[in-house]
Design a protein around this ligand. Sequence first.
Ligand code: COA
Length: 386
Amino acid sequence: MSTQGDGLRGIVVGDTEISEVLAEGELFYRGYNIHDLADHATFEDVVYLLWNGDLPTKSQLSTFSTELAENRALPETVLNIIREFPANVSSMDALRTAMSAVGMIDPDQGDNSPEANMRKAIRMQAKIPTVVAAIERLSQGLEPISPRIDLGLAENFLFMLAGKAADPLYVKTIDNDFILHADHELNASTFATRVTVATQADIYSGLVSGIGTLSGPRHGGAALETMEMLLEIGTLDRVSEWVLPKLSGEKRTPIPGFGHPVYRAPDPRASHLREQSRLLGELHNDTKWWQITSAIEKLVDELSNTPERLAAGKQGIYANVDCFAASCYYEMGLPTRLFVPLFAISRTAGWCAHMFEQYKPGQRIIRPRAEYVGRRNAKWLDISQR
Ligand SMILES: CC(C)(COP(=O)(O)OP(=O)(O)OC[C@H]1O[C@@H](n2cnc3c(N)ncnc32)[C@H](O)[C@@H]1OP(=O)(O)O)[C@@H](O)C(=O)NCCC(=O)NCCS
């Protein structure tokens, strides 16, 4: 049976102990509800949880956080490579190339043992925020700022971007955003990392596959597209005239930041960033972007989730994690070109957890089949006859 166009939708291709996504709108990392993690954990707690299977004790967290902090600085070789990037390079092309360079000179290069992979993962997770910040600063004609080891991962990232201490609400928002984006079962980029390392390729090759896959607008670009939509709409009174034509008629145009391939109920991650967006707006005495996003959400709900449509078997359309991520980033003054790299920083946690799982003994190379539907029995023609 041909599955052309289905994109493996609904097909279970393996077991995982890392995260569980339920269509009813629930998400768990290693059995812990995402709401508990978003409310109480730090990103470092969550990275430890994803990589080691359980939450750290106080001393485990302290050791792990120190290791992450001490590995933040970039080797000069990598900084020099970044300095050579063309001025108008895309932020994800730059990130992919720079992280590949980090891998090329990793001290454990060539060693795929679990111990070496853990050391490499720590370096990746520690350095990727530094790489993103260095690329951004250099693209603005500014010198990169050295990381600080006395700050948490989220706070240090914001410090390396701006060169000054960030507002605690910004730190909380980025930390929350990183927790919420850290893992999501077999999304496209995570699957790509697993396919890569299932060949026993090294973990940086998997990371680069993940970054490349995430860069596509159908995956990592949703927050960016959402912000572009918000900027195009511009004011609250223009929401209806922009949204209504997209959702009426036979052929609907997807509204960025809404819908999800798995969830058939509200995305559990969206509520946390909705609240952060509101708080950021209040901090700046301007809740405009939160208000516009909320108005779109209300309209999408009224038009898509009617009892008639749902009874007719249509899927409910709800805000996804990127819906309010867009206004959060924008309200903190982060340029839109950073939106996808931000996602890559947090998803590195999930990619590494999945690659560890994929490297475990007994896992086979991932090699599905395709049904051949092309021409058969073609006759060889000499080049002069074609
Ligand atoms: C993510 C996405 C690709 C998932 O799509 P999917 O599960 O394959 O759903 P489909 O494209 O098959 O759509 C199913 C129905 O929901 C509707 N729908 C899905 N997403 C929608 C959206 N964002 N806005 C309006 N309607 C949407 C479709 O029009 C379709 O309706 P129909 O049955 O009347 O034709 C899709 O929701 C989308 O493009 N969203 C916008 C981009 C985005 O935010 N991506 C990030 C996801 S985390």
